[in-house]
Design a protein around this ligand. Structure first.
Ligand SMILES: [Zn+2]
Length: 318
């Protein structure tokens, strides 16, 4: 695994801890460190649009750890590269960010051990100063699920006192693994999951998800067969609801990259147009946030189904 680079400034000047070898970017991309793999191109496009008004905090979930750090560095380069079409991959900013030695890039990586409160205090001190360069200071907390509770609360304080020019980026496999208060302050983006991840779920769990997705697709087509499921025992367990939404996000990701839909409801997602998939992705993201924010999971699922039922009719009539 690549040795991560920590760039902090204990005494005003940046102290650069040299990497042992090459940057943690894909080795098969000689022309530019920002050669975007096709599976990440949708996300990169969204980041390009967001760069005009960068959110103060972002959370990248999904994908794998390497994809997440790659996109965090891409985002840092997007905000700091001054080329006409950023990130160019050739300028000093791009190269320094790819090597994680840029003055306005701070990276903590939970893969190297718990991210402790002292680390976050360093960030808070650093964040008081304006960025050194003309771009934004990007503070990356990779594998942020490794934040200690104390560190997570300290980070929350930093995020609650926004300073212009600072952009936080939290990286985690799933938003559910972070403090809900951190998630609710972040602009959440889901990376597509590796297509072979389904094997991780037990057959029974996969079958249950397939049934939920099939019921959802059936409801959107016919307006029936959904509320009976969500009403069983009064409410769906939060974990199950999060799992259903995650399964749907995966279907959307698959459909967006043209992957073969493996589930019973895959046809439904594969038949949606790109703009419908993007809209569905947004609705799913909002639904995940609602579930994380402790709204009754059954209500979230019902509202999702009704919204999608309604807008698929709007789309087909315009
Ligand atoms: Zn550049």
């Amino acid at each position: 695994m690549d040795r991560e680079q920590l760039v902090v400034s204990p005494g005003g000047q940046a102290s650069l801890t040299t990497l042992d070898s090459e940057p943690a970017i894909r080795k098969s991309s000689p022309p530019s460190p920002w050669a975007i793999p096709p599976r990440l191109s949708v996300l990169a496009g969204r980041l390009d649009r967001l760069a005009f008004s960068p959110p103060q905090a972002m959370l990248f979930e999904g994908g794998d750890a390497d994809d997440r750090i790659f996109m965090a560095l891409y985002w840092a380069a997007r905000l700091n590269c001054q080329a006409e079409v950023p990130p160019c991959g050739l300028c000093a900013s791009c190269i320094q960010i790819a090597q994680k030695v840029h003055l306005d890039l701070i990276v903590f990586d939970g893969r190297e051990g718990a991210i402790k409160v002292d680390h976050v205090r360093d960030i808070r001190i650093k964040a008081l100063e304006p960025p050194r360069g003309p771009g934004a200071r990007v503070i990356v907390l990779a594998e942020a699920q490794e934040l200690t509770i104390e560190a997570a609360n300290a980070l929350l304080k930093s995020m609650e006192e926004p300073r212009p020019g600072n952009c936080f980026v939290l990286l985690a496999p799933l938003r559910e693994r972070l403090l809900p208060t951190l998630v609710s302050r972040s602009w959440v983006m889901s990376l597509p999951w590796a297509l072979n991840l389904d094997g991780a779920a037990s057959p029974a769990a996969s079958e249950e998800m397939d049934q939920w997705l099939a019921a959802f697709a059936g409801f959107v087509r016919s307006g029936t067969g959904w509320f009976e499921r969500t009403a069983i025992k009064g409410r769906v367990p939060r974990q199950t609801a999060a799992g259903i939404l995650l399964a749907m996000e995966r279907e959307v990701a698959r459909a967006l990259i043209g992957g073969h839909p493996p589930s019973g409801a895959g046809d439904f997602f594969a038949c949606l147009e790109a703009r419908e998939l993007r809209r569905l992705d947004e609705i799913l993201r909002e639904s995940q946030e609602a579930v994380t924010a402790m709204v009754n999971p059954s209500l979230v699922l019902d509202r999702l189904a009704v919204r999608v039922y309604n807008w698929t009719r709007d789309f087909s009539s315009d």
